[in-house]
Ligand binder design. Structure first.
Ligand SMILES: Nc1nc2c(ncn2[C@@H]2O[C@H](COP(=O)(O)OP(=O)(O)OP(=O)(O)O)[C@@H](O)[C@H]2O)c(=O)[nH]1
Ligand SMILES: [Mg+2]
Length: 245
């Protein structure tokens, strides 16, 4: 009853958008064609495997998902394997994402090579000190007789990107591993968003303290900041000392 009333109130006063904009976890899924990107996303969101999916263009899903026992709004951009990294960027599909999930098929060596390239490009663009979480997923591990990429190779490539998660799973078989991979990845996305939010709040409060460079007069900006902002009592104490000297 209370929850229903609460939801109604949020809708009525238009607060739902404000809330979701701030806490929404927005991530993109990338990889070569036919590796099972859409199958994995659909499996995670609906727990179903459909076997046939549309390939034409990139698609966005917006859902509320339970992450670490909290319901969070999640936006997943499922990109098309036909698009190159450059064209995904020019379409604005990568900018501003809170994380990137790269998929390859363990049955397709070329898709693994592409995943490695994507990891490298993402690291150059967004991965300084692993600030933006990335996960690497080797899909189709149910097709054991067709395996062309072993787990160790996947693990080794994942090490290339700081903090990159690595999972092998199958969208076709039981969803257990898919659920674990997406949950762990989303957990990282939530943590890194929280850290960035705290950092930006801190830098607003103390704009110069984090970067005490010297100004043109040779004084550190930290000391100028302190001179301007120190409490009155401190100035008074100094004045008193001058008088008694
Ligand atoms: N056996 C098996 N088949 C899978 C798995 N995941 C996807 N497939 C099949 O692989 C084919 C391609 O899957 P999609 O999800 O469309 O692949 P995609 O990466 O989204 O492809 P594009 O959108 O064209 O880039 C489909 O026929 C799926 O049924 C899996 O884990 N195991
Ligand atoms: Mg697809």
């Amino acid at each position: 009853m209370t929850t229903k009333g609460g939801r109604l109130a949020i809708r009525k006063f238009g607060l739902a958008n404000l809330w979701s904009k701030d806490s929404q976890c927005n991530f993109a899924v990338l990889g070569a064609e036919e590796v099972g990107k859409t199958a994995l996303v659909v499996r995670f969101l609906t727990k179903k495997f459909l076997s046939e999916y549309s390939h034409c263009t990139s698609f966005c899903y917006e859902r509320n998902v339970s992450v670490n026992d909290k319901i969070l709004p999640v936006r997943i951009t499922d990109t098309s394997g036909k698009d190159s990294y450059t064209s995904l960027k020019s379409k604005g599909l990568l900018e501003g994402a809170d994380g990137y999930l790269i998929v390859y098929s363990v049955t397709d060596k070329r898709s693994f090579v592409k995943a490695r390239e994507l990891l490298k490009l993402l690291k150059e663009d967004f991965g300084e000190e692993g600030q933006t979480p990335v996960a690497l997923i080797g899909n189709k591990d149910d097709l054991v007789h067709y395996r062309a990429v072993c787990s160790a190779e996947g693990q080794r490539v994942a090490l290339f990107y700081p903090g990159c998660l690595f999972y092998e799973c199958s969208a076709a078989r039981e969803a257990q591993n898919v659920e674990t991979a997406f949950q762990k990845f989303l957990g990282q996305v939530v943590t890194s968003k929280e850290q960035r939010r705290r950092l930006s709040a801190f830098s607003v409060l103390t704009p110069k303290i984090q970067n005490p460079r010297r100004n043109s007069a040779g004084n550190s900006t930290l000391s100028s900041w302190w001179k301007k902002n120190r409490p009155n009592s401190e100035r008074e104490v100094r004045q008193d000392r001058t008088l008694t000297m």
